[in-house]
Design a protein around this ligand. Structure first.
Ligand code: IVH
Length: 704
C-alpha cells in the first residue's frame, strides 16, 4: 500500500497514523511473543517501528502515552506464557493499629483454643514493597520463576529471574522440589541511577522503585532485565517435597543456608507487645534501610500451628500485614463527580489538582458516599471533626499501599466564602432514574437496572474481567467502545458479534486499532470462552454481593447450571430451596436475596437465559481435595469438641470438600457429636444419620 511520506503528513493524519501503527505493532508483538506465531516478518516489523519513531520525531507533541517506542515487546500480560501455581500465592490481611494487632493474636488463640497465657510466638518481618515471585527448584536447579498474577495463574519470567544475582541458579541441600517465594525489589540508590540513565537516554521514567522493579522484571527481553539492578528477599514458600523446619524462623534460616538473601530486620516476638515494639523499631529504621518497605508482616512462628490455622479465601489466618501510616499531601479539590457502578451504586469521586503523594501522582480520591462527604459516619457520628467536603476546598489526601487515595482532612480556613455544601443527587446522573437509599445502606443506588447505560457498561466490563470470562482482546476499553457504538448491549451480544459483524469483517477491521488479524483473534477468543465453568459464569453475572469465592462456593453446592438456575429461580423464603441456599456456608440472607432476585422470572433472568443459550457450562469443580473421604458430604458439628475449636473443625472439613451445615436434615451425611450434642444427636438417630465422636472424625480424616 502506498504510504504518505512522513514529511508530507498533516498533523491530523500523523495522529491517526500513530494510532494505527500502535495497533499494528501491538498486535504483531502479541502474536510474536504471546502465541509463538509471528504474523509479519522482522523487516516489516522494524519498518513499522521506524515509521512510528520518524512521525514522533516530526510531531513530538503527538507522541502517545502508550507509544510503541517506549515499550519492548507486548503489552503486559500478553507476552509471557501463563503458569498455574501449584500452591496459590495469596495476599495478606491488614492491621492498621495496635488494636488490630492485639485482635490478631486474640483471634488466633480463639481459633486454636489456646488460653490467653499459652505461649504463642510470631516472627515480625519488614513488608518489602516490590512484587512477589515464586521460584521453583527441582533437584536443586532453578526450573521456573513465576509472578503472582491473580494468585492462581502467574506469568513465566524464568529467563528474567535468572539474571538477578540474589536468585541462586542451584541450591545445595534442598528438598527435591521447593518453591521459594519472596519479593523482587529495587534499592533507592539503584532506582535513582536507573532513572537518571533513563532520563539521559530519553526513556521511561519510573514513579517509584516498585514500579521500576515490576517494569524491569516484566521485560520480554531478558537482556533488559539483566541491565536493571533487581534484588530479591526470600520470605515464604509454596510447594515443598519435604518440610524445611518446624518454625517460620527456622525455615528462614534454612533458606539463608541454601543461598537466599533473607531480611536481617526479622525478629522473633513472644506476643503483641513485642510485635508492636519491633514495628516501631523497623519504622524508625525505615528511612535508612535503602529500600522501600510499607509495613511489618507478623507470622505465627510454629509451622504446625500455621497448618492448623490455614487460610480464608484469599488470606492466611496465621499472618497479617501491619501497615505504616499512609503518606499525605494537600491539594485543591476541583469538583465532585458521581460514578455509577455495576450494581447501580452512586460513588462520589473527588477530582483533584494533581499532587504527588508518596511518589505517585494522585488526581482522584474516593469520597465513599453522601454521609462521608457530609462528615458523618454510618452511625451518624462525626468524621474529620464533622467537616464536610466541598468543591473548591483544600483537602489532605492519603494513600496506604495500593488502596485508592482518600481524603483525610479539609482546611476550613481556605474555604472560599461563596462555597456551598455538596448536594448529593437523588437521581442517577447517567439515566435519570431515581437513586434511593435503602434503610441501613449508606449508598444511593440507581434503580434503572439494565436501562441504565452506566450499569450496563460496568456489568459488561465485569463480565469480561479476568476472574470472569477473561476474553483476550476484549477488555474494559473495547467493551466501552462496542457499547457506545451499539454493538454490544448485554453479555449475550458478545457471542453473536461474529454472526452480526464477522462476515468479511469489514466493519471491525476498519475500526481504529483493529486489523483483520486482531478481529480474527477476538472471534477466536470469544469462541474459546463459549465453554465456561459454572463458578466463573456465576461470578461473571455480576450479582450484587456475589464475589469470586462466594460464586465458587455456590457453584460447588449446586454443581450444574441446570440445578443452580432451577433452584435459585424458585427459592423464596420458607421453601426447601431457600433453606438449602441459606445452608451453604458463607451465604447469608442478604446474598440469598440478591441471588434469587436475579434468577426469578423477569428482565434480568431473561438476559441470563439469553446468554446461557450461547454457552456450554461445565460443572463446578468441587472445592478442596476431591478424593477425601468427606468430599461432597454434608456434615454437622454439635456439642463440645476437645481437640480443636468449632471454627477450626469447620474450616478443615470445608478444605476437604465437605459442606458444613448448622442443623440436621435428611440431607445430612455425618454428625460429629461431642459431649452435650443433645437434640441434634437425637434427630440424627431418628433420621439414621451416621454419627461419629471427635476421635472418630479425626480418624476418618487422618492423613488428609
Ligand atoms: S508473606 C501467604 N512476607 O505482601 C502470604 N509477604 O500483601 C505470603 N510481602 O503478596 C506472603 N514482604 O508480595 C510475606 N515479609 C513478607 C513480605 C510479603 C512483602 C508482600 C507479598 C504479598 C503481599 C501481601
Amino acid at each position: 500500500m502506498a504510504q504518505t511520506r512522513v514529511e508530507d503528513l498533516t498533523k491530523d493524519a500523523a495522529r491517526e497514523e500513530l494510532s494505527r501503527l500502535a495497533g499494528l505493532i501491538d498486535a504483531a508483538n502479541a502474536a510474536y511473543h504471546g502465541k509463538d506465531a509471528p504474523e509479519i516478518g522482522d523487516a516489516e516489523f522494524d519498518s513499522l517501528k521506524r515509521r512510528n519513531a520518524a512521525i514522533e520525531a516530526q510531531f513530538p507533541e503527538l507522541k502517545r502515552d502508550d507509544s510503541p517506542s517506549d515499550r519492548v515487546g507486548a503489552a503486559p500480560g500478553d507476552g509471557f506464557a501463563k503458569v498455574a501455581h501449584e500452591v496459590r500465592m495469596l495476599s495478606l490481611g491488614n492491621a492498621f493499629d495496635a488494636g488490630d494487632v492485639v485482635e490478631f493474636d486474640r483471634s488466633i488463640r480463639k481459633y486454636l483454643g489456646l488460653s490467653a497465657d499459652a505461649r504463642l510466638k510470631f516472627t515480625a518481618e519488614p513488608k518489602i514493597d516490590g512484587l512477589s515471585l515464586s521460584l521453583r527448584y527441582e533437584q536443586g536447579r532453578l526450573v521456573q520463576a513465576a509472578t503472582r498474577g491473580d494468585g492462581a495463574v502467574g506469568e513465566n519470567v524464568t529467563a528474567n529471574a535468572r539474571t538477578i544475582d540474589d536468585i541462586p541458579q542451584n541450591l545445595t541441600d534442598a528438598p527435591d522440589v521447593i518453591e521459594v517465594r519472596g519479593e523482587v525489589y529495587m534499592s533507592h540508590a539503584d532506582f535513582a541511577s536507573l532513572n537518571s540513565r533513563q532520563t539521559a537516554a530519553g526513556g521511561k521514567i519510573f514513579a517509584n522503585p516498585r514500579n521500576a522493579a515490576a517494569g524491569s522484571l516484566r521485560q520480554l527481553d531478558p537482556a533488559i532485565t539483566q541491565s536493571r539492578p533487581l534484588r530479591f528477599f526470600a520470605y515464604a514458600w509454596g510447594a515443598l517435597s519435604a518440610p524445611l523446619a518446624d518454625t517460620q524462623s527456622g525455615a528462614l534460616r534454612r533458606l539463608a543456608e541454601m543461598g537466599f538473601v533473607t531480611n536481617d530486620q526479622t525478629a522473633l516476638c513472644d506476643g503483641p507487645d513485642a510485635m508492636l515494639a519491633q514495628y516501631e523499631q523497623i519504622e524508625q529504621r525505615r528511612a535508612t534501610l535503602g529500600y522501600d518497605i510499607d509495613g511489618v508482616v507478623y507470622k505465627v512462628d510454629d509451622l504446625a500451628l500455621q497448618a492448623r490455622l490455614g487460610f480464608r479465601s484469599t488470606t492466611p489466618r496465621w499472618a497479617i500485614a501491619h501497615k505504616f501510616f499512609a503518606e499525605t499531601a494537600w491539594t485543591l479539590l476541583d469538583r465532585i463527580e458521581i460514578q455509577v457502578g455495576r450494581t447501580g451504586a452512586l460513588s462520589p469521586v473527588a477530582r483533584l489538582v494533581p499532587v504527588t503523594v508518596g511518589g505517585v501522582v494522585v488526581s482522584n480520591a474516593t469520597l465513599h458516599n453522601e454521609d462521608y462527604i457530609a462528615g458523618r459516619d454510618s452511625q451518624g457520628g462525626e468524621i474529620r471533626g464533622g467537616k464536610d467536603i466541598r468543591a473548591g476546598d483544600w483537602v489532605e489526601v492519603y494513600r496506604a499501599g495500593d488502596v485508592i487515595p482518600k481524603v483525610s482532612d479539609v482546611d476550613l480556613s481556605r474555604r472560599p466564602k461563596d462555597s456551598v455544601p455538596y448536594a448529593f443527587p437523588d437521581r442517577c446522573p447517567e439515566c435519570g432514574s431515581e437513586a434511593p437509599r435503602e434503610p441501613g445502606d449508606a449508598i444511593r443506588r440507581c434503580i434503572g437496572g439494565l436501562i441504565c447505560p452506566a450499569q450496563a457498561v460496568e456489568k459488561l466490563k465485569h463480565f469480561v474481567s479476568r476472574a470472569a470470562f477473561d476474553i483476550e482482546g476484549l477488555g474494559a476499553k473495547q467493551v466501552e467502545q462496542f457499547y457506545r457504538d451499539g454493538w454490544i448491549a448485554e453479555p449475550a451480544d458478545i457471542f453473536t458479534l461474529k454472526d452480526r459483524f464477522g462476515s468479511g469483517m469489514q466493519q471491525l477491521k476498519n475500526r481504529e486499532g483493529w486489523g483483520e488479524k486482531s478481529a480474527d483473534n477476538l472471534f477466536a477468543a470469544i469462541e474459546e470462552k463459549r465453554t465456561i465453568p459454572l463458578n466463573r459464569l456465576l461470578f461473571a453475572l455480576g450479582i450484587r454481593h456475589v464475589g469470586e469465592s462466594s460464586a465458587a462456593l455456590i457453584a460447588g453446592h449446586y454443581a450444574s447450571w441446570a440445578n443452580l438456575s432451577a433452584a435459585l429461580g424458585t427459592a423464596v423464603p420458607e421453601t426447601e430451596a431457600w433453606d438449602d441456599l441459606n445452608g451453604i456456608d458463607g451465604v447469608g440472607a442478604v446474598m440469598a436475596g440478591s441471588l434469587t432476585a436475579a434468577f426469578r422470572p423477569g428482565a434480568e433472568r431473561d438476559a441470563i437465559d439469553r446468554l446461557v443459550a450461547h454457552l456450554t457450562v461445565t460443572d463446578a469443580a468441587r472445592r478442596g481435595a476431591v478424593d477425601s473421604p468427606v468430599a461432597g458430604k454434608t456434615v454437622v458439628f454439635s456439642g463440645t469438641l476437645e481437640k480443636m475449636t468449632r471454627a477450626e473443625a469447620k474450616a478443615k472439613a470445608e478444605s476437604l470438600g465437605a459442606k458444613v451445615a448448622g442443623s440436621i436434615s435428611a440431607r445430612t451425611d455425618l454428625l460429629i457429636a461431642g459431649p452435650g450434642a443433645g437434640s441434634k444427636a437425637t434427630k440424627a438417630a431418628e433420621l439414621g444419620v451416621t454419627t461419629l465422636d471427635e476421635d472418630g472424625w479425626l480418624a476418618l480424616i487422618a492423613g488428609q
